[in-house]
Design a protein around this ligand. Structure first.
Ligand SMILES: Nc1ncnc2c1ncn2[C@@H]1O[C@H](COP(=O)(O)OP(=O)(O)OP(=O)(O)O)[C@@H](O)[C@H]1O
Length: 282
């Protein structure tokens, strides 16, 4: 571990934010080097779960909306850090619901959910922002704000982190660069193509360096090239340790990329390992 006395650089470099909590410090030669640290090390900041703990664990989870029927019933599974998982199933079966439970956007009706070392069914209002930072969420509706620039959209999640503006800007630029949107900062999201808007939503989801990224139909309505491009971005995150959970209908995409698929069907849940994770890395 290297050291620095420069607090400003320490703050620019995303790595030390979590490492500092473990009383380590890192030297950054310049802001640019700091950005490289970010993409290399960020996922390993996931300090909340212990090394042998699952990143996500569902135990006998049920979910209904109001007094309605159970959308999900008695779901149990574990996800290890760094897995790349698809969630599949017919329309209306509960894929989005499952992702929303992981992201803490919906509470379970019954059962226990642990995400990034936190028990969601017991999550206090104070703990919620920490979960938000640990889990990046890309929903079907990108929820981009069209009265702001692309760059300001990416900056939004950083507004509550207390980062100094110039440090937040450096981080937002790094996120936009990662998804191939450098140079489009000043544009309004409406001026971006559908694929670019999806990538902007991804940049916004990753700007907080989440340990887990959940994406609901991220390639829906995209042509094959754009779908591939987005999958490649996810692959890059996964390679450096981000745990990925992607809901999709795209059988071809899943056949190409899936190592494990959680299949949600009415009254049925199956956990299918399509090929060994090791093969994936090869
Ligand atoms: N907030 C809500 N209130 C009431 N019912 C809801 C709510 N959200 C989802 N549902 C219902 O839960 C069921 C599952 O919805 P969900 O969006 O999870 O399915 P899905 O598998 O993601 O579907 P799709 O593939 O069409 O996106 C649907 O019948 C839906 O109408």
């Amino acid at each position: 571990m290297v050291r620095t006395g420069n607090r400003a650089l320490l703050a620019v470099c995303p790595a030390p934010v979590a490492l500092a909590q473990q009383t380590h410090t890192i030297r950054c030669a310049c802001g640019e080097a700091a950005q490289r640290y970010y993409w290399r090390l960020a996922p390993f900041h996931a300090s909340a779960p212990g090394p042998r703990q699952p990143m996500i664990e569902f135990q006998h989870v049920f979910k209904s909306y109001g007094r309605g029927r159970n959308i999900l019933a008695d779901i149990t599974f574990k996800v290890s850090p760094g897995e790349f998982i698809f969630v599949s199933g017919p329309s209306g079966a509960g894929k989005s619901t499952l992702l929303k439970l992981v992201g803490g956007l919906e509470p379970p009706s019954r059962g226990a959910i642990q995400v990034h070392g936190q028990r969601l069914e017991k999550l206090s209002a104070r703990a919620r922002p920490y979960l938000r930072r640990a889990v990046g969420v890309i929903l079907q509706d990108t929820h981009l704000l069209y009265d702001r620039s692309a760059f300001e959209n990416v900056m939004l999640p950083l507004a509550v982190t207390g980062l100094a503006p110039e440090l937040a800007s450096a981080r937002a630029r790094a996120a936009m660069e990662k998804v191939g949107l450098s140079g489009k900062e000043a544009l309004n999201p409406i001026e971006l193509s559908g694929g670019e808007q999806q990538r902007l939503a991804i940049a916004r989801a990753i700007v907080n360096r989440p340990a887990i990224l959940i994406a609901d139909e991220p390639t829906a309505n995209l042509d094959r090239d754009n779908a591939r491009r987005i999958l490649n971005v996810f692959r890059d995150f996964n390679r450096v340790g981000v745990t990925m959970l992607i809901a999709s209908h795209d059988e071809a995409l899943m056949a190409e990329h899936a190592t494990r698929t959680l299949r949600v069907e009415p009254g049925r849940f199956t956990d299918v390992r399509t090929r060994p994770a090791a093969e994936e890395q090869a």
